[in-house]
Ligand binder design. Structure first.
Ligand SMILES: Cc1cc2nc3c(=O)[nH]c(=O)nc-3n(C[C@H](O)[C@H](O)[C@H](O)COP(=O)(O)OP(=O)(O)OC[C@H]3O[C@@H](n4cnc5c(N)ncnc54)[C@H](O)[C@@H]3O)c2cc1C
Length: 532
């Protein structure tokens, strides 16, 4: 075999690419994993700053019947601790430790919206039904990650009794596919109540997926040492099985006919199979189709059009705080994964129509209006607050605590801000408003004890992992998805019209996230092995 020629090349060393590489090297194939950054992991990573360990991407891992069996198949032992969730509204906090805590969530909502008690009960009934469906969906280890030939006990005692229940559940999931805002509209007459629930999710998230979060909250786990321990462990396995990993290497051209890749330094690599586990718009933008049959080119052009027409999901703004307060201070208020809404008023049109108007009339809008909008956006929003040291004390210096406060953010807003050269001012105002709101509402000692702060905007995400629109979970729900979005067809999600090219990761299936990225990584490696 020529140098730089591999059975399979995987582009993108996020969790999807790593999964595919691990299964293929385990099967003895010659594999090259190419990653643009200096370390693998993509949006699953932990970094250290001033003695604080922070998770820059996903804050904890949902097992989803996928991660544990995957680790077991790959022979990886990773010490995990539960990552319990709290939900807060104004001065109230509910810890979600068991399925029964949904009753406390109900009570909290009724306390704030007493006129809507009946409607809240109707919503809880729906959430409980979805939780039952989730028990089925994630109730057994995903069969894709089991060695079925060797595990007859699993087939007869678990898989076969589970299948009919699974099929019924799939039917219900597909029926609850409408956007959560629309569904809540039919159930809740109070728009503030509807908003404070809907604003936890990406715009137009399918109802089942959104309301299943109560179950997902009970499924969150955290690797000791940070979520970055997961990609670290998979990387070690790939290397131990003889796989090659090239970091700090970005692919800038794909020549489909000659099955060749070219990186930004001009080096070329040839593949028998390519698994593209990175941004899909990039794949179609950089793929040359010369010398391919006309019918193939036509199919590629059609899919390229669908991909280019679509948009990435909402992005995220994250504020990292190094605080001179013991972790017990925060632990007495909430768990280490905390969804907090300071105001019961709800975002209303702030993040929808008002933002659209602001972006459309950007040049003619006086700056004061931008700052007034920003104030409302922070005052009325919902924050995801992660406190790594509450899960593993080594993630902060003794007597101190690191916090990651994030909120959903529109990529285009940050583009406009940068084009107007307002980024420094915008960032300062955004950061200080978040700190002010949290200090006033839930962590009264916070502001006075901040040692250091910095933030990461959607533009930073787009730059770091080369993700269109700074998306963190693949395609937006606001547009028709150009990829498979039904679980029963997930097997096909990894196929592309480009010969010998498969896709995996957050862009390959919608809705995505860590478990689906892992699943598509595995499906892509299975396809490659089937063709081999
Ligand atoms: C703040 C935050 C919170 C989140 N919360 C959750 C959650 O609660 N639950 C959940 O399931 N998910 C969550 N996610 C999403 C989840 O982290 C991602 O969907 C998942 O990690 C995506 O993995 P991936 O491998 O598909 O893609 P990525 O992690 O984006 O990996 C793609 C890799 O490809 C590399 N790359 C790109 N282009 C090239 C190129 N041309 N050449 C070489 N390399 C390239 C990138 O550098 C990157 O490492 C969250 C994400 C963030 C940021």
């Amino acid at each position: 075999m020529r140098t730089n020629s591999y059975h399979t090349i995987i582009v993108g060393g996020g969790i999807a690419g790593l999964t595919a590489a691990a299964y293929l090297t385990k099967a003895g194939k010659s594999v090259l994993l190419i990653e643009k950054n200096e370390v693998c992991g993509g949006l699953v990573n932990t970094f250290w700053h001033n003695g604080f360990g922070f998770d820059a991407g996903v804050r904890a891992l949902e097992d989803a019947g996928i991660i544990a069996p995957m680790l077991s198949q790959l022979g990886i032992t990773l010490e995990m601790v539960p990552s319990p969730v709290s939900i807060g509204l104004q001065g109230d906090v509910v810890n979600i430790d068991t399925v029964h805590d949904i009753a406390h969530y109900r009570d909290m909502l009724i306390k704030h919206y007493p006129q809507n008690a009946h409607e809240i009960d109707a919503l809880m009934k729906v959430i409980r039904a979805i939780m039952k469906d989730m028990e089925v969906l994630y109730g057994i280890e995903n069969p894709l990650f089991k060695d079925l030939k060797k595990d007859l006990g699993y087939i007869f005692k678990k898989l076969l009794p589970w299948l009919p229940k699974f099929i019924l559940t799939i039917g219900r999931i597909n029926r609850m596919n409408r956007p959560v805002e629309e569904f809540l509209d039919t159930l809740l007459s109070n728009s503030a109540l509807r908003d404070i629930i809907a604003q936890h999710f990406f715009k137009k998230t399918p109802t089942f997926f959104a309301l299943s979060y109560m179950s997902l909250f009970l499924d969150y786990h955290y690797p000791k040492g940070g979520v970055g321990k997961l990609p670290e462990a998979i990387t070690q396995k790939i290397l131990a099985w003889g796989g090659h990993i090239r970091t700090q290497t970005t692919i800038r051209e794909v020549w489909a006919h000659s099955q060749t890749l070219i990186d930004t330094h001009g080096a070329s690599y040839t593949y028998e199979n390519l698994i593209w586990a990175a941004d899909l718009k990039t794949l179609y933008r950089i793929t040359h189709t010369d010398h391919l049959p006309a019918s193939t080119v036509q199919k590629i052009e059609k899919q390229k059009e669908a991909v280019m027409r679509s948009r990435g999901s909402d992005s995220i703004f994250s504020l990292f705080l190094e605080v001179d307060l013991p972790v017990e201070y925060f632990g007495a208020i909430a768990h280490g994964h905390f969804f907090y809404t300071p105001s019961p008023q709800g975002l209303g049109q702030t993040y929808t129509r008002e933002l659209e108007t602001l972006l459309l009339a950007w040049e003619s809008t006086p700056q004061e209006e931008l700052w007034a909008w920003l104030e409302r956006y922070i005052e009325l929003n919902t924050f995801e607050i992660a406190i790594p040291a509450l899960k593993d004390p080594i993630l902060a210096p003794q007597g101190q605590t690191g916090l990651v406060v994030s909120l959903l953010a529109e990529y285009e807003l940050f583009v406009k801000v940068e084009q107007s050269n307002l980024q420094t001012l915008f960032k300062e105002r955004l950061e200080s408003k978040i700190i002010e709101v949290l200090t006033r509402s839930i962590f009264p000692k916070l502001k006075a004890h901040i040692l250091h702060q910095f933030s990461f905007s959607p533009l930073g995400i787009a730059q770091r992992v080369a993700s269109s629109e700074g998306a963190v979970t693949g395609w937006s729900f606001e547009y028709p998805s150009p990829v498979v979005n039904k679980i029963q067809f997930s097997d096909r999600s990894v196929l592309t019209p480009i010969p010998r090219v498969f896709q995996a990761g957050q862009w390959a299936y919608s809705p995505a996230g860590v478990p689906m990225s892992i699943l598509t990584g595995k499906l892509a490696s299975d396809r490659v092995l089937k063709h081999a």
